[in-house]
Design a protein around this ligand. Structure first.
Ligand SMILES: Nc1ncnc2c1ncn2[C@@H]1O[C@H](COP(=O)(O)OP(=O)(O)OP(=O)(O)O)[C@@H](O)[C@H]1O
Length: 338
C-alpha cells in the first residue's frame, strides 16, 4: 500500500458541453486511493466523456480536477501518470506485446526489471505465449489484453478502463476481470471502470456510480445500489429488472390479486422489480396469473419468461417443473419493489 492517501481522483462541479448539448452537468465525483469505482448508465449518459476528461483528452468548460491530490484540470495527458484502456486499444502496429510493456516502463524506478514485470503481466492476462506477437498477429480479444497489461505496466495510481473486456468471450471475460481486480487491489491501485455490463460492475467494484443524461443519479456500494436504487434510471442500469406499466386508481396499484397503496400516484405508474424478487405463489397466497412462454439460463440459474394476461412479459427464476404453455400464479417480494 502507498504512504500518501490522497484521493486518486477528485472532480468538482465539472461541466462539459458539445455545442449546446451539456454532456456532463456540474459533476462531483471522487475515487479514493486504491478504490475501484464502476461507472454505469444508459448510452449517451456521458461515461466516455468523463474518462476522456480525466485522461486529459478533453478539457472541462468549468470545474476542477485533482489527480492524486494534484491540480490536473489543464495538465497534458502525458503528465497525468495514468494507465488507460480505451475501446480502440491504441496499440503500436510495429511492436510486439512484450515491447508494448517494456516501452512504457523505460526509465521507471521499479524493484523488478521491465522484462520481469512484462513477463508477469503477460501471464496475468494470459498472453505468455504471445509475447513476441505484434497487434496484426493477435485477435481482437488478445489486443485488448495487451492494452490492459500496458495500462498496468507503469504502476499508475489511477487506471481508466473503458469497456475493457468487451471484445472477450464470456468465460475469458469473467476470469480476466477477476484477475485484473485482484492485481489492482494487491498493488493498491485505483480504477475508474466504465461498463455496460452490470455483472461486471457488481463483481469488480468497491463503489458504483450511475450517470444518466450527464448527472450522477446514484452512487453507493454495489449491493446497495442494486437493492435500493434511487431512481428508475439507476434500477435499469443494474439490469435484471422487470417493469410493468400500470395505472394507479384511487391511490392503489393492482396486479391480479396483489395491491399496493400509492398515496401520491394517480394514473400511469411503472412497477419495477428484480427478476429474483418474483416467485411462485404458495397455496392460497394472492398473486397474478401468467403463462410460461419459454425458459433460459442466467448466471447458471434456470429462468422463465412469463406472459401476463395483459400481454406483458416478465422474467423470473423457474423453480417448478413448468413446461412452456403451462399456467401458474406468481407473487412478488413486496419489500423489494421500486
Ligand atoms: N466530440 C463530440 N462532439 C459532439 N458530441 C459528442 C462528442 N463526444 C460525445 N458527444 C455526445 O455526448 C453524449 C455523451 O457521450 P458519451 O460517449 O460520453 O456517452 P456514454 O455514456 O459513454 O455512451 P455509450 O454508453 O453509448 O458509450 C452523446 O450524446 C454524444 O453524442
Amino acid at each position: 500500500m502507498r504512504e500518501d492517501r490522497h484521493d486518486a481522483l477528485q472532480l468538482t462541479a465539472v461541466r462539459k458541453s458539445f455545442g449546446r448539448k451539456t454532456v456532463l452537468n456540474r459533476l462531483d465525483l471522487r475515487v479514493g486511493a486504491g478504490e475501484i469505482v464502476a461507472i454505469l448508465g444508459p448510452s449517451g449518459g456521458g461515461k466516455t466523456t468523463l474518462l476522456r476528461l480525466v485522461a486529459g483528452l478533453l478539457v472541462p468548460d468549468e470545474g476542477r480536477l485533482l489527480i492524486g491530490g494534484r491540480e490536473a484540470t489543464r495538465l497534458p495527458p502525458e503528465a497525468r501518470r495514468l494507465g488507460y484502456v480505451f475501446q480502440d486499444y491504441a496499440l503500436w502496429p510495429h511492436l510486439s506485446a512484450r515491447q508494448h510493456l517494456e516501452l512504457v516502463m523505460q526509465g521507471a524506478r521499479d524493484s523488478v526489471s521491465p522484462a520481469e514485470r512484462a513477463a508477469a503481466l503477460l501471464r496475468t492476462v494470459g498472453l505468455q505465449d504471445h509475447a513476441r506477437s505484434r497487434p496484426g498477429q493477435l485477435s481482437g480479444g488478445q489486443r485488448q489484453r495487451v492494452a490492459l497489461a500496458r495500462a498496468l505496466a507503469v504502476r499508475p495510481d489511477l487506471v481508466l478502463l473503458d469497456e475493457p473486456y468487451s471484445a472477450l468471450d464470456p468465460v475469458l471475460r469473467e476470469t480476466l476481470r477477476g484477475d485484473v481486480a485482484d492485481l489492482l487491489r494487491q498493488e493498491g491501485r485505483a480504477a475508474l471502470h466504465v461498463t455496460h455490463d452490470p455483472d461486471e460492475a457488481l463483481s469488480v467494484a468497491d463503489r458504483l456510480v450511475v450517470l444518466s443524461g450527464g448527472d450522477l443519479v446514484d452512487e453507493g456500494e454495489p449491493e446497495q445500489v442494486y437493492r435500493q436504487p434511487r431512481s428508475l434510471a439507476s434500477a435499469r442500469a443494474l439490469g435484471r429488472l422487470n417493469e410493468l406499466a400500470m395505472t394507479a386508481e384511487q391511490q392503489t396499484v393492482r396486479l391480479g390479486a396483489l395491491q399496493w397503496p400509492a398515496p401520491r400516484a394517480q394514473g400511469p405508474v411503472t412497477l419495477a422489480f428484480r427478476w429474483e424478487d418474483v416467485r411462485a405463489a404458495q397455496g392460497e397466497e394472492p398473486g397474478f396469473a401468467v403463462r410460461l412462454d419459454a425458459f433460459f439460463s442466467s448466471r447458471g440459474q434456470r429462468m422463465g419468461r412469463f406472459r401476463l394476461d395483459s400481454g406483458e412479459t416478465l422474467l423470473a427464476p423457474l423453480s417448478t417443473r413448468l413446461q412452456p404453455g403451462d399456467r401458474t400464479t406468481l407473487t412478488l417480494v413486496r419489500s423489494h419493489l421500486f
